[in-house]
Every structure is written in C-alpha cells, then in structure tokens.
Design a protein around this ligand. Structure first.
Ligand code: ADP
Ligand code: MG
Length: 676
C-alpha cells in the first residue's frame, strides 16, 4: 500500500529513470502526483459508426482490425504503418506514423476503439494517426496531462491510475457541514474523479470541489495574513464636515467623489473600523476624496496619516493638500527618508504630543517607530506599488484604525476580490469636468525630428513635456536603446539646445529627485527626460506632451499610468508612442492605447495579450501559484470560498479545532514558497 508521502519511485511501473522525469516536474511523492491535474479530457464515450461520422470530425469509432499491419518505409525517419478496420458496415483505413510500438501491439480480429479525425470520400474512410485502445478499456473519458519530454500524457495517466488503486482513502480536509452547505463531494472522490471521471458531471463536481478547496485555502491564508479580525472601534466619527471641506476647494466635487466621501464617512460613523478600497482611474481625483476624509477626521479631534509609494508623490501630496488646508489651522507634516534626523525627531515628538494632525509620508511611516497620540485614519495611496505584504503590515498596525486604500490600477474583478476580498469598495467612475481626451499616436523613430519640433513649439507656448525612456538594465545588450541619462545629454546638445532640460531616474537620491520634480512642477524645467519613476501620480497640470521612447518595452497598464501624467489641465494633450518594432502583435498592443482611454478596458486587453500567467505573476502581487483554479473564470466559486473562509474564521480564528487541521496544513503548504 502507498500513502500520501510515499516517494513515487515506489509506485509499480515507475523505475529510477521515470521517477527522475517526474522529479523534473516537481512531483516527488504520491501527494504531489495526485494533485497533478489533467489539462483537459477527451471524451471517448460517444462512439459513432463510419457512416454516421462527418468528414473532418474528431470521432470515436469501435472497430475490429481486419488486415495485418503493412510497414512502408518512406524515407529515413518516416515509416508508415497501414492497416484496415471494420465497424461492421464500413471499412476504415488507418495510417500510423512512426509509432512502431503501437503498430506492433495491434492484433488482427481484435476489437478496438479509434479516436481521431476522420476523412471521407465517396468510397473511402480513413483516419491518420488515431489514438487506439482496446475496446474493453478504451471507451471512457481520457484525461490529458501536460506532457513533458518523454513523459507522455498516457504514461502519466497510467502512473496516476496505479497510485490511486494502491492508495487508501485520502483524508478529508473539509467538515461535513461545509461539504453539505456548498454541495461538495469528498476529497477522496474528487481526486479520483478529476483523473478518471465516468461522466462530464463527475469531472465537473471534482473540479468544483478542488477549485473551492484551493481558493478557500488561498483566502484563509490571505485573511489571516491581513489579520482580518473585526472588532469594534473606539475611533468613531460623530460629525460630518464635508460641506465645510467643499467650501475650501476651487472646484465642485464630482458626483462620484461625493458618493465616495459619503460612503467612507458612513463607515467611520459606524461601530466598526472602516476598511475600504477607493478605486479610480488616473486623474479621477482620489486625492480630493482623501483630503475630505482627512478634514472630517481631524475636525473630530483625531489624527490622520497618508502614505504614498514614493517620496516624490508623498511631497506632492504634502504640497497639494497643504494648499487646500491652508488657513484651516490643521497642522501637517511630511516625513520621508530624506528628512534630516533632527527634524525627524521633532516631528515624532510632535506627533505623540498631538501637535501634528496629519502626517504624510512614504510607507516607511508605518514601519518605523512612529507613534501617534490619537490616530484614527490611515490612507494608503497605493497606486499599484503596494503588494499583499505591505497591506498586511498596515493591518497589523492597529485593528481599530479606519483604513482606506486608494488604487489606480484597474485590475480584473476576480483578482480584485482576492487581493481586496476583505474590503468594501468605492469606485470613482467619473472624471472631473473639462478634461480633454488625450490624443495618442504610434509612430516610428523616423518621426523623431518632427516630434521634437512639435515639443519645441509647445514649450515655446509655455507648456511642458515629458520624454520617457525605458529602464535599461546594465547587463542588457542594448542596441538603439538609450538610457535616460544618455538621451538627456544628447538632446540638450541637439534638438533642445537652449531649453531647460531636466533628468529624473530611479538611481538618483530621493532629495535630488525631489528637487528635479519640484523644478518641473514650478515650470523651471521645461522638458523632463525620465524613466518610469514619474509613472506614479505626480501632477503637473501644465505638462501637455508625453513622448515615450521604445514604447514596445512597456506594458499597457504601465503606458496607461504614464499617460495619466498629462491631460491634467484644460489644455489639449498629446501622447506619442515611438516604436520601431516590426512585430504585428506589438503594434496592435500599442494601438490599444490609441483606441482606449479607459484604464479598465486597457487592463483587459493587457490581460488578453499577456495571459493570466503574467498578469497574475507572483512577483507582481505576491500571491501563491494556483494549480486548478482560474482567477479569470472561477469568480462564482471564489465568492463562495470567501464566504466560507470568513465563516470558518468567525468560529475558529486560530484554526485550532480538530476539523480544521487539514486546512491549516494546506495553508502552510500553499504559502510556504511565498515570501512575506
Ligand atoms: P488621481 O485620482 O489620479 O490621484 P488627482 O487626485 O491627482 O487624481 O486629481 C487629478 C487632478 O484633478 C488634480 O489636479 C485635482 O486638483 C483635479 N481635481 C480633482 N477633483 C476635481 C474636481 N471635482 N473638479 C475639478 N478638478 C478636480
Ligand atoms: Mg493620485
């Protein structure tokens, strides 16, 4: 008998050599073997006769072999094996290519099932290289595994079959209550049926159970990571100061902004801490929402904190928010890595003493020893830089603080549910009025001189421009790709001689970056040559042109974020994507940018172009790899699994109960290889 931890080399028919092939797939023990699921199935159960089959169909035919195999050596490396079968009415010719093993195993007058594409003429019927099995075992649903090298799908199926036949009942991980409530079959049943279903229904039920379990484990792990314990808050808000706040603004809030503020304030007036996500495309005015909440919270006698992913953005928030709040008596401080030690000490002391009402900074402010005296609201301007891990840190900071995460990343719904499953969501689906559509064009580098002239004309009118270069790794072999430094130098001596050029890239010190950005925002720098460091949220309303060099090296979502830096004022703005790529795919990808301005549409296209593998890459979001669930397709099961996860945690937060031990082990296993 085998058990789950038996090494696969103890399975009958698996020798050292074959075991090695499995090891290469990451399969070492029976447990990982039985969780290696089929990619799809071939249903051989619906057999047809030759006369029923249409030419060109993929069919299953029961037939008896009626002529011996004839071998035709066509040339070196190509041997055909031909023989005839009969289904009782018609004769069908079979050609097998090169597969000597299969050809020699066939016996005349025996009954077989043929599976393949049939070709018919008036007088003949043939199948080329069909799959062939004996009649008594062939008529079933065949699992198809992702084959690897010499390890064929068939070979994998055989090994899994043997393993399952020699394996005792697989221990159950879910309680009978859960199985009943969500209509799930047992784990043992599911594993056996996912490999060898007797019907489509079997396969469906098996998938459902296994997807549910995988998403449940993922969700439990994430909930625990986030510390999703809901306890009452002592930091309730009693008065709403939104009307007063609006009177400070030079514009009227959009309906979407007002709605979002109202939703957040309702949350904070309730018994539980707010835990909300504010999603809005670039330029939708998330900062004004954040500032409104900050205003009300501080007017209620509390402190607030706002965190940005970069120092530049933190200082920009500091400036624009200070401007709005000028004259209100609200005391605001900026704390970033480049603040001098002495000033840092002073800010920290003032925070504890309650002399500062609002602290703005990078996320360093939650990690360091910064203490507040009555912090009630933490807002994270996450853009797309904060992953699961930072959110976990944030949650641990204090459970009864109100939190708002602001995100400009249009992410597919399912991923949103997973990453933000514990959050309420507000959406800004409306841009402030007066915004002009940004004109986007895709051109090749022959247009450079024309583009530079276009930029000079705009700058001569008093507008500003960005020129964006891709990041170039030093190790990369680069032809025709200039680093921001090189390009800035070159342009300052040629096309933009006599203009004020600035340079901004990631390797500069924070204080230097800050100075450059400040000079650009103030208009002293007319043209800013930069890498994607500007991608995140910096707001210069006077910048109307963005030229993106080697645009093919950017992802669509990244291009969208970049483009969001212009078109922020009321002047017509232009985004010019330069690419010499000859690939049709790439051109189409770039043309998506011309076609759409809506970030969610672009994200969908991006997802389609790159495939979920990339989009959901571990590096991007810190999520573990999934074996069976598909984050795009399985939204419904995900919802159920989320509900189930929160029920389980409600009754057994630490997963101490005996019936939850299986889940506990699975969580550890799933998250083992993910770094947090
Ligand atoms: P994002 O959602 O990308 O963070 P911001 O908060 O930076 O957007 O806002 C983008 C610009 O729109 C800012 O210049 C801001 O002053 C302006 N803005 C925000 N709300 C409104 C509004 N209701 N009406 C007019 N302009 C607004
Ligand atoms: Mg912003």
């Amino acid at each position: 008998m085998l058990n789950l931890s038996s090494n696969i080399k103890f399975i009958k028919g698996v020798g050292e050599k074959r075991a090695e092939m499995f090891y290469n797939l990451g399969i070492f023990d029976v447990d990982s073997l039985i969780h290696f699921y089929p990619r799809k199935y071939e249903d051989w159960t619906k057999t047809k006769t030759v006369s029923q089959a249409q030419s060109g169909d993929n069919v299953t035919i029961r037939a008896t072999m009626i002529t011996p195999v004839k071998e035709h050596m066509i040339r070196r490396g190509l041997t055909l094996y031909k023989c005839s079968f009969s289904d009782g009415e018609d004769v069908i010719g079979v050609t097998i290519f090169n597969n000597k093993y299969l050809a020699q195993s066939l016996r005349i007058y025996e009954d077989y099932v043929l599976f393949g594409k049939i070709e018919k003429t008036f007088t003949t019927a043939t199948i080329s290289s069909p799959k062939i099995e004996k009649l008594d075992t062939g008529i079933r649903i065949h699992p198809i595994y992702p084959a690897a090298g010499k390890l064929t799908s068939n070979a994998i199926a055989k090994v899994i079959k043997t393993a399952l036949e020699n394996l005792e009942e697989i221990p159950e991980t879910l309680s009978s209550d859960i199985k009943e409530k969500y209509d799930l079959i047992s784990l043992d049943d599911a594993i056996r049926k996912i490999h060898f279903p007797q019907s489509e229904e079997d396969a469906y039920k098996a998938r459902k159970r296994l997807i549910f379990e995988e998403l449940l484990i993922l969700q439990l792990g994430l909930f625990k990571l986030k510390g999703n314990k809901k306890s009452e808050t002592a930091l309730r808000i009693y008065d709403d100061y939104t009307a007063e706040y609006e009177s400070l603004l030079p514009y009227r809030l959009t309906n979407a902004q007002s709605r979002a503020i109202r939703q957040c304030i309702d949350d904070m007036m309730g018994a539980y801490p707010m835990n909300r996500l504010l999603q809005g495309d670039v330029g939708s005015g998330k900062t004004a929402v954040a500032t409104g909440l900050i205003y009300t919270v501080i007017k209620n006698g509390y402190q607030a904190a706002l965190m940005a992913p970069t120092e530049i953005l933190a200082s920009q928030h500091y400036e624009s928010i200070s401007k709005i709040l000028r004259g209100t008596g609200i005391r605001t401080a900026l704390l970033t890595g480049s603040v001098k030690a002495k000033e840092k000490r002073q800010i920290k002391a003032q925070l504890i003493d309650g002399e500062i009402d609002l602290l703005i900074g990078t996320h360093a402010i939650i990690q360091n020893d910064v203490e507040f005296c009555r912090l009630a609201l933490v807002i994270t301007d996450e853009q797309h830089r904060f992953g699961v891990k930072q959110r976990a840190n944030l949650a641990q900071k204090g459970t009864d603080v109100h939190t708002l995460v602001m995100s400009a990343t249009p992410i597919p719904r399912t991923l949103g549910l997973i990453l933000y499953g514990d959050l309420d969501i507000s959406i800004l689906d409306e841009l402030p009025p007066g915004r002009q559509e940004i004109r986007t064009d895709v051109v090749d580098s022959r247009y450079h001189s024309r583009i530079y002239k276009f930029v000079r004309d705009a700058v001569d009118r008093g507008e500003q421009a960005y020129i964006i270069c891709p990041l170039v790794e030093e190790s990369e072999e680069v032809q025709n790709i200039k680093s921001a430094e090189q390009l800035a130098k070159e342009l300052s001596e040629t096309a933009f001689k006599g203009y004020n050029l600035g340079l901004l890239h990631g390797k500069m010190k924070a204080a230097e970056k800050d100075n450059v950005m400040r000079a650009f925002a103030g208009g002293d720098i007319q043209i800013l040559v930069a890498t994607t460091v500007v991608e995140v949220g910096v707001d210069v309303a006077n910048a109307t042109i963005m030229v993106i060099e080697n645009a093919e090296r950017f992802g669509l979502s990244q291009l969208h974020q970049l483009r969001g830096r212009i078109g922020r004022g009321n002047k017509k703005s232009y985004c010019i994507l330069i690419s010499d790529s000859q690939s049709e795919n790439t051109r189409n990808r770039l043309l998506t940018m011309k076609k759409y301005s809506d970030g969610f549409k672009i994200a969908d296209e991006d997802l389609r172009a790159r495939g979920p593998g990339d989009f959901f890459g571990e590096r991007q979001h810190g999520l573990p790899k999934l074996k069976i669930a598909d984050m795009l397709e399985d939204t419904e099961i995900l919802r159920l699994a989320q509900q189930c996860a929160s029920d389980i945690l409600k009754s057994d937060y630490n997963l101490d109960l005996p019936e939850n031990q299986g889940l506990c082990k699975s969580i550890t296993a799933m998250f083992r290889n993910t770094q947090y």
